[in-house]
Design a protein around this ligand. Structure first.
Ligand code: HEM
Length: 456
């Protein structure tokens, strides 16, 4: 081997292509109309037009990425950051200094602060709270009564996030207020993000008043929680202590606003995503009784009939697969966005600096090119001998790269435990008037799912 032969070769200059334009645009609005009317169907059809396609949203060009491999490349590349109009409106409502919207060195520092609370080895400490909340949910419900799945799912999601991450005796009453505030804020927030009518949202209409009250209460609650923790002098080993003791790049304590915005930035994605996923899990248990029975059988085999515990989660492989399959078909997070910070490329296509890019985990996870019988609910596709056929990044509900959800282990543990507790105690039936059509908001969830628990 000669010295020359190990010299790195200069990569040949690749001619970058302009991504094709998606069909179906209309004058003035471009593709905005279709995206607004039926975003899931629209996003799901984009791959027919190319791996990367150009969309016109009014006067603006937006790029959509449609293949699993390229969504992975996008999420893993440093050429793209979190930014864009949707993020800006989110910052306006929830705060500018939280981890979900920060970029660069501030984001890295913030991730270092919060990460220990979500590490795999930190999760068992949350086990008793997750167990308590999962069983409390089934104990609250009376056989035969109608369960409002939206409020009940929110309730358990907020209580688990708040009690685990912001520990404290005060949390019981606060968790209830947080539930109400967060559920109302999420209802109004999506509309404000996609239909930015500015001052019209300040008109003294009942819906605006309710939204503003809930948003103010959310911020007030967070201030109260922080103030009480400080006043108590206690420093339990939790996320709030980590935030209160965090320092910035210069070693100075981080400011009050950043502590506040961080708590909001963790509680808000933490509750809406889990709540939506639990709604879909209840829907799945009602619509697929055969799978509900298999979950029950697995739990019984693992527990021998005692109440399911956190320590059992590791043995509940089928229940875990049921959760994953439910998340595949009905992902809470259905759209993600990035912005290019320099002229760059994706899959050989030219992406100019400043371009906004979108992709849809919903479309990726339901794509027939990635999944056989793509619309069938089949938890066994996650068995080890079949999972290898699924393309990389075709199922990344928590994303990958530096913006990956910090809470993947925390989320999967609680979702598996809640599903196990629900399926062991009850079968579920949808009741007349239940509306299980998909409601598109910041997350995807059923419009108004109502079920009746029937004791096993
Ligand atoms: C980020 C999904 C639960 C906190 C993300 C992202 C995804 C995601 C896809 C990345 C967003 C992007 O790439 O732009 C989910 C799903 C959940 C879940 C599917 C449950 C089913 C939670 C929970 C918490 C949480 C329970 C906290 C208690 C966060 C935070 C970020 C994030 C703070 C921002 C991370 C960053 O930008 O560095 N989540 N999440 N998530 N998630 Fe989750």
């Amino acid at each position: 081997m000669t010295v020359e032969s190990v010299q790195p070769e200069t990569p040949p200059a690749v001619e970058l292509r302009e991504p094709p334009r998606a069909g179906g645009g209309v004058p003035v609005l471009g593709h905005g109309w279709k995206l607004a009317c039926d975003p899931l169907a629209f996003m799901s059809r984009l791959r027919d037009h190319g791996d990367v396609v150009r969309l016109k949203l009014g006067p603006k060009t937006v790029y959509a990425v449609t293949t699993p491999a390229l969504t992975g490349a996008l999420a893993l590349s440093n050429d793209f950051i979190i930014a864009g109009p949707l993020w800006e409106s989110l910052e306006g409502l929830l705060g500018k200094q939280g981890v979900a919207t920060a970029n660069g060195p501030v984001h890295r520092r913030q991730r270092r602060t919060i990460q220990p609370a979500f590490r795999l080895d930190a999760i068992p400490a949350y086990g008793p709270i997750m167990e308590e909340e999962a069983h409390a949910l089934t104990e609250r419900w009376k056989p035969g009564e109608t369960i409002d799945c939206t409020s009940e799912s929110f309730r358990v999601a907020v209580r688990i996030a708040a009690r685990c991450l912001l520990r404290g005796d005060y949390m019981d009453e606060r968790a209830e207020r947080l539930c109400v505030a967060l559920a109302t804020v999420f209802r109004g927030m999506y509309r404000r993000m996609v239909v930015p009518l500015g001052p019209l949202y300040n008109l003294p209409l009942p819906a605006n008043r309710e939204f503003n009250r809930a948003l103010a209460d959310l911020h007030l609650l967070v201030d109260e929680i922080v103030a009480e923790r400080r006043a108590s002098g206690q420093k339990p080993d939790d996320l709030l202590t980590a935030l209160l003791e965090a320092t910035d790049e210069n070693g100075d304590p981080i400011g009050e606003q950043e502590i506040h915005d961080q708590v909001v930035a963790i509680l808000t994605p933490g509750s809406e995503t889990i709540a939506s996923t639990i709604m879909w899990l209840l829907h799945m248990l009602a619509e697929h009784p055969e799978h509900a029975d298999r979950v029950r059988d697995e739990v019984q085999a693992v527990t021998g009939g005692r109440p399911v515990a956190f320590a059992d989660v590791r043995g509940l492989t089928h229940t875990n697969n049921v959760v994953v399959e439910s998340m595949r078909l009905s992902p809470a997070v259905w759209i993600l966005t990035r912005r290019a910070v320099r002229d760059t490329e994706l899959g050989g296509y030219r992406i100019p600096s400043g371009a906004d890019i979108i992709y849809s985990p919903y479309a990726i996870q339901r794509d027939p090119k990635s999944y056989e019988r793509n619309l069938e609910f089949d938890p066994d596709r996650w068995l080890p001998d079949r999972v290898k056929d699924i393309p990389k990044h075709a199922m990344s509900p928590f994303s990958v790269g530096n913006r990956k959800c910090p809470s993947d282990h925390f989320s999967m543990a609680q979702l598996t435990l809640v599903t196990a507790a629900l399926a062991t105690r009850y079968r579920f039936e949808q009741v007349p008037g239940s509306k299980d059509a998909t409601r598109v908001g910041i997350t995807l969830r059923p419009h108004d799912l109502r079920v009746r628990p029937v004791p096993r």
